[in-house]
Design a protein around this ligand. Structure first.
Ligand code: NFS
Length: 661
């Protein structure tokens, strides 16, 4: 029998194998044992009431199967999809709510440990919200910004989420035409739950349209609010060097790991970790120093702002503990495997839950409170130091690590293309028009133990850049690229196609731009909007030579993200089997119908070669529709061939003024 590859990252694979030899179970083993329910997996199971669960299966299930209430398969599959979108939107947006209330506390002087770090970003956001900022105290502006953004969560009656108007006009018009401009985040999530309750909305297209509205509330409100406020509080990212993989753990230092999604506690730990008292305390316990690392999206947040090293993405969490070197691992919310508590028992590692929303039975809970933020951060560091001498069981420490460059915000990408006063997207748009850059792919989403984890990200990343496609990555997609050593500029020279290489060298960027955490997919939306405003490509997000790919997705959050990209005009391809595969009608709506209405779509395709082919095909067709130079490897045009002066003047007139960086 062929040996199963669990993870495509050699360091992870070695630790999994060590775990198997030492009878330590991981998600990879459980994925093998736990076969997915074939009915639920395809979206054919309805459990919204207790007359069921009804299984809508059979040869002609699409036409003939009915639940006890009479619900058809398309209704059931669409309802299941909508509930996934609602859950994903709720997760990102509840995180955003925390950020918004923290900003408000800072503005009101109620928390002394946080401050407004990036005033320029605060002004930029105030500008989007029509809030006057010149000549006013910063805290007053911050209070107005927080108060207005908090309205976006619970607005009743008429109105729209504020940031929807940051999308290109044409994109907004499509949303208006189909009635999917979100009114407020909580309202769309609540309505999604209402519509999918027994006996309410039964029209699959209507259900899925509300799915798009809910997803837009995630992308253009929840996630975008989170990104912007995090930038205001902790700084808008700029490229920073860090490291990735398990070699980041130090054998002679205290290792403290932050895992989850909300950066509040992690930022405080970054602030206090170098305090001489703490260092002296660590030394008194025999450690040479205190080493902070991260996992999943909390890691991305502190990596892109402070260069804190990451141990990797979702499937690396248990493996991190199995190095035997983690003294404390704090978790906040989302993508936290409760199985870590079991693995931790085999070592000395102390797992600590820190969010009032999330506990794990048997795990220590130390609740984060923004009013005592630094005090709690110090307590966590001390707990890690206290636990350092308890390292007894030897784990499997694979010392691989790779340098990474992270922290490409929209603001920085603009800045690097023209400096402070001429910041723009002109060079990138020109490079796409001339065929140097074939298109752009957002490579995002989780890593997944049901496939050789991180392998699909790696395959697509290398193939796409070879094909002159620029990649913007987020979340565990970034972690997968980082732990494979693909997030450095040198990569451009080795792997990128000739056109992309030339552009990367000229601008000084890597071919894979790490844009941040999963909530920072919102940065891709605003980057696409800025490219549309810059001119020369599509004048809306739809129709751009751009595709979104989440090859190893597993979370409902990924589904919400895929849907907000589709509604915004981006064709999206997910790996693995479709969660609505049972219904041809629902599949048709999410692909053909959405493409017709929004120029975006959501496909599911398990074969990575086919994902690649589909992505390139979408890009080439978009180039053709935009009448751009046909992409031919190694042969570039110049923008002058494509644009005369009159056309350029038109574009400059239409281009939005940039606030600068
Ligand atoms: Ni996104 Fe980040 Fe990772 Fe997937 Fe989970 S950590 S929010 S959901 S697994 S990318």
């Amino acid at each position: 029998m062929e040996k199963r590859v669990h993870s495509a990252t050699p360091a992870s694979e070695k630790i999994v194998e060590w775990g198997e030899e030492n009878k330590m179970e991981t998600c990879f083993d459980r994925a093998e044992k736990m076969k997915p329910c074939p009915i639920g997996r395809e979206g054919a199971c309805c459990k919204v009431c207790h007359m069921g669960p009804c299984r809508l299966v059979g040869k002609n299930a699409e036409e003939e199967a009915r639940g006890v209430c009479g619900a058809t398969l398309p209704t059931v599959a669409a309802r299941n999809m909508l509930r996934m979108i609602a859950a994903g939107t709720a997760a990102h947006s509840d995180h955003a709510r925390g950020m918004a209330y923290t900003l408000l506390s800072v503005a009101n002087g109620e928390t002394k440990d946080f401050k407004i770090t990036d005033v320029r970003k605060l002004y930029r956001v105030a500008g989007y919200l029509d809030i006057e900022f010149e000549g006013r105290p910063v805290t007053d502006v911050a209070r107005d910004v927080a108060t207005k953004l908090i309205e976006d969560f619970g607005r009743q009656g008429r109105g729209e989420v504020y940031f929807a108007k940051r999308a290109p006009k044409k994109t907004q018009e499509r949303w208006k035409k189909w009635g999917i401009v979100p009114r407020s985040i909580d309202r769309e999530v609540v309505e999604a739950m209402h519509r999918t309750c027994i006996g309410v909305d039964h029209d699959p297209d209507h259900l899925l349209l509300h799915g798009l509205r809910t997803a837009l509330a995630d992308g253009w409100a929840g996630s975008m609010i989170s990104t912007d406020i995090t930038d205001i509080l902790f700084g808008t990212p700029m490229p920073v060097k860090g490291e990735a993989s398990f070699g980041i753990f130090k054998e002679d230092e205290v290792n403290l790991v932050v895992h989850g999604h909300e950066p509040l506690l992690a930022e405080m730990i970054v602030d206090v970790i170098d305090e001489p008292d703490l260092l002296a305390y660590a030394q008194s316990k025999g450690a040479k120093g205190i080493n902070l690392g991260g996992m999943c999206c909390t890691a991305n947040e502190v990596l892109m702002r402070h260069g804190i090293a990451t141990a990797g993405g979702f499937t690396n969490q248990e493996l991190g503990i199995m190095t035997g070197l983690v003294d404390v691992l704090t978790v906040d919310v989302q993508c936290i495997m409760p199985a870590m508590a079991e693995v931790a028992k085999k070592f000395h590692t102390k797992v600590i839950t820190t969010s009032e929303k999330a506990k794990i039975p048997g795990v220590m809970h130390l609740e984060f409170d923004e009013h005592r933020a630094k005090e709690i951060a110090r307590e966590v560091v001390r707990l890690a130091i206290d636990n350092y001498p308890n390292r007894k069981v030897t784990g499997s420490h694979i010392t691989d690590k790779f340098p990474v460059i992270a922290g490409f915000s929209q603001e920085y990408i603009e800045y690097m293309q023209g400096g402070q006063w001429r910041a723009s997207f002109r060079p990138l748009n020109d490079a796409i028009m001339a065929g140097r850059v074939r298109g752009v792919v957002g490579l995002a989403g989780c890593d997944n133990p049901r496939v050789p984890s991180t392998g699909l990200h790696r395959f697509l990343a290398t193939e796409l850049i070879k094909n002159d496609v620029l990649i913007v990555s987020t979340g565990c997609g970034s972690a997968a690229c980082g732990t494979a050593g693909y997030l450095t500029p040198e990569m451009a020279l080795e792997n990128a196609g000739p056109g992309l290489r030339e552009v990367c060298e000229a601008i000084g960027i890597p071919p894979i731009l790490h844009l941040g955490a999963c909530v920072d997919n919102s940065r891709i939306l605003t980057i696409a909007s800025a490219m549309a405003a810059e001119g020369g490509l599509s004048d809306e997000i739809g129709g751009m030579p751009a595709v979104g790919i989440a090859p190893e997705w597993m979370s409902e959050k990924a589904i919400a993200i895929g849907c907000y990209f589709a509604a915004s005009g981006v064709p999206v391809i997910f790996g693995g089997e479709s969660p609505v595969e049972a219904s041809k009608e629902v599949t048709r709506i999410m692909t053909d119908v959405w493409f017709e209405r929004f120029k975006g779509a959501l496909h599911f395709e398990p074969d990575p070669e086919k994902i690649l082919a589909m992505a390139l095909d979408y890009i080439d067709k978009a180039r053709e529709a935009l009448k751009l130079k046909k992409y031919e490897p190694g042969k570039f045009g110049t923008e002058k061939v494509l644009m005369d002066m009159a056309a350029r003047r038109e574009i400059e007139k239409a281009a939005k003024p940039h606030l600068g960086f």
